[in-house]
Write a protein that binds this ligand. Structure first.
Ligand code: ZEM
Length: 291
């Protein structure tokens, strides 16, 4: 198999995993299906990286990307993870091509790669995650990921548990500049911006400058603009309604560079929650991928 580490002594010592080659394979897949959504799997890959990491609980040091536990039931079938099997299946050929990479490194690297190739900032990323066997861990309780119809208190409960502050929460939620909601996955419908495959601060611009009202329909509570084309979740609206969140929302609407910097740090931190890296290896030191 291409890229398989040799198992004999001296050759094994010289094996160097080529993460740039993995990145290129992920990039090749991103726009491999014109029919899918807005022509890119990029946003879905970002959501996979977020949900595999966002289960972290700093109180018990459980959850997080290490282990790639979303491969197993019940986590694979949590309501919050609906649709992510598409992303996991998409990455399966990459795992087959580079069997030396763990699923947990692959899923997080794919998210970082997607952000970068959709025009976002460089996301410091380093390898070191390993995959658990089913008998190696206790299944996580459902409910660790946020619900879109809830309020600022819920958002803080969820993200403070991971170890994030208000500024990091707002920066992270800026990822909603990407992608869309799907009726058959979350029940919500529509994109947050008119450029859902480009990473930018447009989400914050829409949130602060557009007018939002409750959507009149039989579906779950969500907001829409006058055109009826763009949407916000209730949790998105709270980034405007909550005074402390609002400061950062306004800042990021005006200053895309500040958003890019803060997003890169917070997203990198998210992907590393609970991962037992060897001491003294800093993520910030991870090199920018060579072109
Ligand atoms: Zn999301 N997110 N998210 N998010 N998310 C959806 C889609 C995407 C929340 C949420 O309920 C939802 C973060 C935070 C929060 C992305 C990235 C990140 C959807 C639509 C929902 C309902 C799913 C569907 O129907 O397909 C809530 C409540 C959040 C916090 C309060 C953070 C943090 C993210 C990354 C850093 C992305 C990229 C998508 C779009 C996925 C796609 O398929 O297009």
């Amino acid at each position: 198999v291409l890229g398989m580490p040799p198992t004999n002594g001296s050759a094994a010592a010289s094996f160097k995993p080529d993460y740039d080659a993995v990145r290129r394979s992920v990039e090749d897949l991103m726009e491999s299906n014109e029919e899918y959504d807005d022509g890119s799997y990029g946003p879905l890959l970002v959501r996979l990286a977020w949900h595999t990491s966002g289960t972290y609980d700093s109180n018990t040091n459980t959850g997080g990307s290490n282990g790639a536990t979303m491969r197993f039931l019940p986590e694979a079938n949590w309501g919050a993870n609906a649709g992510l099997a598409v992303a996991r299946d998409l990455l399966e050929p990459v795992k087959q091509k580079f069997p030396w990479i763990s699923y947990s490194d692959l899923w997080t690297l794919a998210g970082a790669t997607a952000i970068e190739s959709m025009g976002g900032p460089h996301i410091p990323w380093r390898p070191g995650r390993s995959d658990y066997a089913p008998e190696q861990f206790v299944a996580l309780p459902d409910g660790r990921l946020p619900d879109g119809d809830k309020d600022a208190k819920h958002v803080r409960d969820i993200f403070y548990r991971m170890g994030f502050n208000d500024q990091e929460i707002v920066a992270l939620c800026g990822a909603h500049t990407l992608g869309r909601c799907h009726a058959d996955r979350s029940g919500f419908v529509g994109p947050w911006t008119n450029a859902p495959t480009t990473f930018s601060n447009l989400y914050f611009v829409e949130l602060t400058e557009n007018k939002w009202h409750k959507k009149k329909w039989n579906g779950p509570l969500q907001y829409e603009d006058k055109s009826g084309q763009l949407m916000m979740l209730n949790t998105d609206m709270w980034l405007l309604w909550d005074k402390k969140f609002k400061q950062f929302t306004q800042k990021y609407a005006k200053d895309e560079e500040a958003f890019f910097q803060d997003f890169a740090s917070a997203f990198s931190k998210l992907l590393e929650l609970g991962v037992p890296f060897p001491e003294g290896v800093a993520a910030a030191a991870s090199p920018k991928p060579s072109a």
